[in-house]
Design a protein around this ligand. Structure first.
Ligand code: SAH
Ligand code: SF4
Ligand code: F3S
Length: 446
């Protein structure tokens, strides 16, 4: 252990997707191994920003955040180290030092393991240092990790992405798809279950293609099937790509007891013309065929999705096709994004003349529809007894427990008198659903 950093404090601020959240756990784990202690953004000696550039908004926010660190008084040790990692670190590299004069360290998506030595060097020498090796290198997946909660865990199964959807920056900042070894993944889930973890989420940009690079064919169905014998109680997974969602995976989804009846199946658009321009490699008909197969296999499946509104060239007719398909599927949750041009992606070269107001109006129309379908999905659990994994108390009421149903709805449960929130956190309890709202369920303990 290095004495220089012993006793200093750190803070990790995370933007972006679950991949980044998981990477942040590794960053925290490594910093704690170095002897640093967790603190907050204002007081920490070492502040690490784990960044996202999937849309412009995330990009702009980061620069403000890092810049404003200059206005804070120096931490107790007298020196503050500011580091940028994650996807903007990977994309912009040393160029970030030119834009942000209070930045000390830059690292990328494949060089997390270098962070301790970078921080040490920056702290001791005052130099600006970075590590951004070739993206094609195999990422290190077995670093120390410090989880924020002890009953849930992320388990990465693939890193990177080979799909090159024309709007998306992810393949450029996360590199080529790389699958972790099958036995290693299963072993990790067993270990987590033995440590008392109740729910794991298998992570990948396209979980359905898991194993293709290692075994010559996807083995996601087998991986799901292997989960029941690990002792884990709940398994979730993100994200499923419709083009690779096989019949075998749907069978495994149906037959594996610990796998929760919820699937995030990213649609992006319901127009075949736009899907083609996006390089998604499926049609609306194929998507609907997969959905119908899923519903036939798992009747209470909760489907969620991502939709992009305003992709270049999207007409009212294209939007209507998206609207109709979203309506037909009746998603439990839809993440709706306005198209954001990302330099370096093929779509950035496309011209678009659709006025901003027209895009916004389509966005609003879709959001309204989604509210109705979210409510309709929650109604399916009304008056039923369901198992809820309690995550904590509700943000608004500390006598109200908050947890997740198998279908991934938020559930609020009044705390019985003489009981405390901590008596339930991390436990799976049966509850009776008494009320369905658009964004949550209310339930009583049984
Ligand atoms: N691998 C996942 C998605 C990762 S990015 C998948 O394919 O489903 C998460 C979501 O961000 C995408 O599904 C997409 O809807 C959205 N997104 C990605 N690039 C975008 C862009 N340039 N503009 C707007 N939304 C975008
Ligand atoms: Fe991006 Fe497409 Fe890969 Fe998802 S599948 S990360 S949207 S390129
Ligand atoms: Fe963002 Fe990188 Fe994830 S760009 S969405 S943090 S892979």
């Amino acid at each position: 252990m290095n004495r220089t950093l012993q006793g200093l404090t750190y803070f990790v601020r995370t933007f972006g997707c679950q991949m980044n959240s998981h990477d942040s756990e590794r960053v925290s784990g490594m910093l704690e191994e170095l002897g640093l202690i967790q603190s907050d953004q204002e007081h920490a000696d070492v502040v690490v920003f784990m960044t996202c550039c999937v849309r412009e908004a995330a990009d702009t926010r980061l620069f403000g955040q890092v810049s404003s660190m200059k206005n804070l008084p120096a931490p107790e040790s007298g020196k503050r180290i500011v580091a940028i990692g994650g996807c903007i670190g990977q994309r912009d590299g040393d160029f970030l030092f030119e834009k942000l004069d209070n930045l000390n360290v830059v690292f990328g998506t494949h060089t997390i393991a270098d962070l301790p030595s970078l921080i040490l060097e920056a702290y001791e020498t005052g130099k600006k240092v970075s590590s951004l090796t070739d993206k094609s290198l195999v990422p290190s997946t077995d670093l120390a990790s410090k989880r924020e909660v002890d009953f849930q865990a992320w388990v990465p199964i693939t890193m990177g992405c080979d799909n090159f959807c024309t709007y998306c920056i992810v393949p450029y900042v996360r590199g080529r798809e790389y699958s972790r070894d099958f036995d290693q993944v299963v072993g990790e889930v067993e270990l987590l279950a033995n440590q008392g973890v109740k729910e794991i989420t298998l992570l990948g940009q396209n979980v359905n293609s898991y194993g293709r690079d290692l075994y010559g064919k996807p083995r996601f169905a087998e991986l799901l099937s292997a989960m029941d014998s690990t002792g884990i109680e709940r398994v979730r997974f993100v994200t499923s790509h419709p083009k690779d969602l096989s019949d075998e995976t749907i069978e495994a989804f149906k037959n594996t007891k610990c796998v929760m009846p919820a699937m995030h199946l990213a649609l992006q658009s319901g127009s075949d013309k736009i899907l083609k321009a996006m390089n998604r490699k499926y049609t609306a008909k194929h998507f609907l065929d997969r959905v119908n197969k899923l519903k036939a296999a798992v009747s209470n499946v909760a489907l969620s999705t991502d939709i992009i509104i305003g992709f270049p060239g999207e007409t009212e007719g294209d939007f209507q096709a998206t609207y109709d398909l979203v309506k037909e599927v009746n998603f439990a949750q839809v993440f709706t994004f306005i198209y954001s041009k990302r330099e370096g992606t093929p779509a950035a070269k496309l011209v678009d003349n659709t006025p901003r107001e027209v895009i916004q109006e389509r966005f609003d129309r879709l959001v309204k529809l989604v509210q109705a379908s979210a409510y309709d999905n929650n109604l399916k659990d009304l008056n039923n007894t369901i198992d809820v994994l309690v995550e904590g108390s509700s943000k608004r009421d500390d006598r109200m427990l908050s947890g997740r149903s198998p279908r991934n709805s938020t559930v609020h449960i009044p705390l019985p008198d003489a009981k405390e929130v901590k008596d339930f956190v991390g436990k799976i309890i049966p509850v009776h659903v008494t009320e369905a709202k658009t964004w949550y369920l209310r339930a009583e303990m049984v």
